[in-house]
Ligand binder design. Structure first.
Ligand code: PFF
Length: 517
């Protein structure tokens, strides 16, 4: 299915609204839900985390998801093109978002590669009894935080496989590649992960794990870091303010019901996240039970270590462990892959439009560049530390500033907030009231700004994870600087693709003004 109205004349569309919803869920449900959420939640006060998390979902997650949808569907382009059509000067925000997508995709692919290896290791618990030293020393061959050009074969091979698969899917196009992967992948994921969670909650000790996750520690609510973690988890998890939801909704047909789809996607994502929390914490309760300790006494409950060190230890303790391991790592691979597809699509469509390339050429060029960087930084012996640092800076600082900039640009500079609201209401059954405007125009930006400043001060004063300063400067601040420079360069390059002069947003402004309510 195609339609006119963008660069190069014909724009592809999803084959149906269902296709869009599945692809959007595929983007949202990813490593963030299974690999990141339980660790972040545990780190940030366990049960207490659910409250800021749910508040973040309602006050920023859903409202900004709707904003992304409105921009994409109305202005029909990747983030740089759509934001440029909204307000010429906002193109730079689009390139900033595209840079973040690029940066995240290169480390995200590495985690999928690890999960692929671990899927294979599950058959026979190849990680042995000391899962920590297996992961860090034997598998990753991790050295000190630093720079290394030594490739680790065990990571490089699965990583190559991931990138080849990504390039093929992208080259097949939106309906033929991206939509198909999600239509097959998402039901498979729900079945596989559902089975895993059912098994996990029936393990001895599961209740203790669930208590650790759900018992609120109200005192933690006064800790600003917990709020920052909640908001950045929501952005990462819902894939919002990265430009990818703009790109995905630019392939929606013009009359598609957007806000209702957004509610489905948002709640599906958070349900999956909480389901993952239940599964992972039940399994942790089981581990604590086997070891005769409390859940709080377990070590290695944060970041990548949770999935790749602690979880294998759980799996080894279980009867029928190969199946459980395969379900867990298989779920990580599928969930991760459908999200990685979206990360790279965001970059590739932006490049395609700016340079007037064909979709295939853009897919191959972008895929190869991402793959090379991904190999160079994350398939080497220093990959683990680089990944941890880049992830922290890209999400706690990068995407939060992207969200602030986008909200402020739309509402205060372009003054298109109300128009976008009317646009969404004209095609959707769930109508947004006036309350949406202060949320995206005032509350979200102010709150996010306060949080971000606090985080920056914290990192400047206390560093991060005890890494040396030069390392934080290079991989942490360097990540942010790279995104800023990329944004400026991307904007400065002149458009070789046609920014179709005949493009008219639909419905027309006059029509929307007439419908005002
Ligand atoms: N939402 C994905 C996850 O939860 O793992 C990650 C992600 C995908 C972030 C796409 C950003 C993005 F644009």
């Amino acid at each position: 299915m195609t339609e006119t109205g963008t660069t190069g004349g014909q724009r592809q569309t999803w084959t149906s609204n269902r296709g869009f919803i599945l692809a959007a869920i595929g983007s949202a449900v990813g490593l963030g839900n299974i690999w990141r959420f339980p660790g972040v939640a545990y780190d940030s006060g366990g049960g207490a985390f659910l409250i800021p998390y749910l508040i973040a979902l309602v006050t920023a997650g859903l409202p900004i998801l709707f904003l992304d949808y409105a921009i994409g569907q109305r202005f029909r382009g990747s983030a740089p093109l759509a934001l440029r059509r909204l307000w010429r000067k906002a193109e730079v925000i689009g390139w900033f978002q595209t840079m973040l997508l690029f940066i995240i995709s290169v480390y995200y692919a590495a985690v999928i590669a690890w999960a692929l290896s671990y899927f294979y290791f599950s058959f026979g618990n190849k990680w042995g009894s000391d899962t920590a030293s297996f992961f860090v020393d034997d598998y990753l061959q991790a050295s000190e935080p630093g720079i290394s050009s030594e490739l680790v074969a065990g990571v490089a091979w699965p990583l190559a496989l991931v990138w080849v698969a990504i390039i093929i899917v992208l080259a097949l196009g939106i309906a033929g590649g991206v939509e198909k992967v999600n239509v097959i992948g998402i039901p498979l994921l729900v079945l596989g992960f559902g089975a895993l969670v059912i098994r996990a909650v029936t393990l001895p000790g599961a209740a203790d794990g669930l208590n650790a996750l759900f018992t609120p520690d109200w005192g933690e609510l006064g800790n600003l870091n917990v709020w920052i973690a909640a908001y950045s988890q929501i952005f990462f998890s819902m894939s919002i303010a990265f430009g990818i939801m703009i790109a995905y909704s630019s392939f929606q047909r013009r009359r598609s019901n957007m806000t209702s789809s957004g509610l489905v996607v948002g709640f599906a994502n958070s349900s999956f996240e909480i389901l993952a929390g239940i599964g992972v914490f039940s399994a942790l309760g089981f581990l604590a039970h086997q070891e005769g300790v409390g859940v709080a006494d377990l070590e290695g409950l944060t970041g990548p270590i949770l999935s790749f060190v602690t979880f294998p230890a759980v799996i080894s303790e279980m009867p029928g462990s190969a199946l459980f391991g395969a379900l867990f790592f298989g779920s990580l691979v599928i969930a991760g892959f459908t999200s990685l597809v979206s990360l790279v699509v965001g970059v590739s469509v932006a490049i395609q439009e700016k340079f007037g390339l064909s979709q295939r050429v853009a897919a191959v060029v972008v895929g190869v560049v991402c793959a090379v960087v991904s190999f160079g930084l994350f398939a080497t012996t220093t990959g683990l530390f680089a990944l941890d640092t880049v992830d922290m800076f890209a999400n706690n600082i990068g995407v939060v500033s992207s969200a602030i900039a986008m909200c402020v640009a739309v509402v205060w500079f372009a003054r298109k907030g109300d128009l976008l609201r009317l646009h969404l209401n004209s095609v959707s059954t769930f109508e947004l009231g006036k309350w949406w405007l202060p949320l995206i125009g005032v509350f979200a930006p102010v709150f996010l700004l306060v949080m971000m400043i606090q985080k920056i001060v914290d990192v400047i004063n206390n560093g991060y994870e005890g890494y040396p300063d030069w390392y934080i400067n290079l991989f942490g601040w360097g990540t942010v600087a790279l995104a800023v420079i990329g944004a400026i360069v991307g904007t400065a390059i002149s458009w070789r693709g046609r920014d179709d002069p005949a493009f008219r947003p639909w419905p027309s402004v006059d029509f929307l003004e007439g419908q005002k309510r």
